[in-house]
Write a protein that binds this ligand. Structure first.
Ligand SMILES: [Zn+2]
Ligand SMILES: [Zn+2]
Length: 364
């Protein structure tokens, strides 16, 4: 008899997910099937569920996943870091599956924007192999995906957000060539901001200034390397900029990272940069995030603005290494303060939406 697995399926935005059963797929050459041990709910899962952005349906959301290998396809002997892999190993994998041959993959080294890109938790689950997202019992990892084994010293929950939030932040640091002793501004103390602060500390940055409108989150980010926090809730843009400049001898920060997904804070971020400063946009991942800015300031002060979407394999490898090396320094496990099982996904999504926990985990 065909073996079945459960999944929580979104059939339309803003409605309760439906628990469905699908047959487990045959594992093709180069692929693998994993049993999901933990999936954390990312901000972008919430945006899709709430209908802030278009998405195919039916869909199994969830892409920050840790799985245990249950079946390996023909030819799979190692992970993408050349480590031997076997049934029972715990793995994380890139959120993208790219073709490796198209203009963006091969011609421009931008696999994250592959013409034939597939993304876990972003595509319809109507057709086989069905198990394409994290809100499920199983996930099918197709051959174009890069997989990495999880080191023994990391728990499932510590490692789960690595393949989205953390790897994306690492890609952003690389894009602006962040250097030791630089001063940075992090706008938003959610998961992206927390990883950005911890990484900046690890990189040897000097002032790591975090802003948010939530004082609890600002207190929380101090444990992740933020040297200064500024609550901008009751501040004007000008006051916010002044507060950042005061901490950098009036010059402004070398680099700033928008990690909140709020378009209104972009001008403050740009104005807080020093001459020649670099700005990274991570958070505004849904349409309508317009902002207005005097472009002459970008010219005269020679600013750089980078948009970062998805990432490449090396960023995930670095992310997993970083977590494994620094888990005693930064309390990554505390990002997850709430857990539900698949049947209680409704409660999990509501909790994630409330913002009371940086991440909510779905566990078996
Ligand atoms: Zn491609
Ligand atoms: Zn994500």
């Amino acid at each position: 008899m065909e073996k079945l697995g459960k999944a929580a399926v979104m059939t339309a935005p803003n409605t309760d997910l439906e628990i469905r059963e699908y047959p487990l797929p045959n594992v093709e050459k180069g692929a693998m099937l994993v049993k999901i041990k933990c999936c954390t709910i990312c901000g972008s899962d919430l945006h899709t569920w709430l209908g802030h952005r278009k998405s195919p349906t039916p869909i199994i959301l969830g892409h920050e996943i840790i799985g245990e290998v249950v079946e390996l396809g023909e030819g799979v002997r190692t992970d993408s870091w050349n480590q031997h892999i076997k049934v029972g190993d715990r793995v994380s994998w890139t959120v993208i599956d790219n073709c490796g041959k198209c203009y963006f993959c091969k011609g421009l080294q931008l696999p994250m924007k592959c013409l034939y890109l597939k993304k876990y938790g972003h595509d319809s689950c109507d057709e086989k192999p069905h198990f394409s997202g994290g809100f499920a019992e199983y996930c099918y990892i197709s051959p174009g995906t890069c997989v990495i084994k999880i080191p023994d010293n990391l728990s499932d929950e510590e490692a789960a957000p690595a393949n989205c939030a953390l790897a994306t932040v690492i890609a952003g640091f690389e894009a602006v060539e962040l250097k030791p002793f630089e001063n940075v501004l992090i706008q938003g103390a959610g998961a992206l901001g927390i990883y950005a602060a911890a990484l900046a500390k690890h990189y040897g940055c000097n002032r790591i200034i975090a802003t948010d409108i939530n004082s609890q989150r600002l207190e929380f980010i101090e444990a992740f390397g933020a040297t200064d926090t500024i609550n901008t809730r009751d501040m004007s843009n000008t006051e916010g900029i002044e507060a950042v400049r005061e901490k950098t001898n009036g010059l402004g920060v070398d680099a700033a990272f928008e990690t909140a997904g709020v378009a209104d804070i972009i001008s403050m971020g740009l104005k807080s940069l020093r001459i020649g400063g670099r700005y990274v946009q991570f958070g505004n991942v849904f349409p309508g995030a317009d902002f207005s800015y005097d472009v002459s300031d970008i010219i005269f002060r020679m600013l750089t603005i980078k948009g970062i979407h998805n990432y490449d394999t090396r960023h995930l490898l670095s992310g997993i290494s970083f977590l494994s090396q620094t888990r005693e320094i930064f309390p990554f496990a505390s990002l997850i303060q709430h857990r539900v099982n698949l049947e209680n996904i409704r409660e999990g999504l509501a909790f994630a939406r409330s913002g009371k926990s940086i991440r909510v985990a779905i566990v078996p």
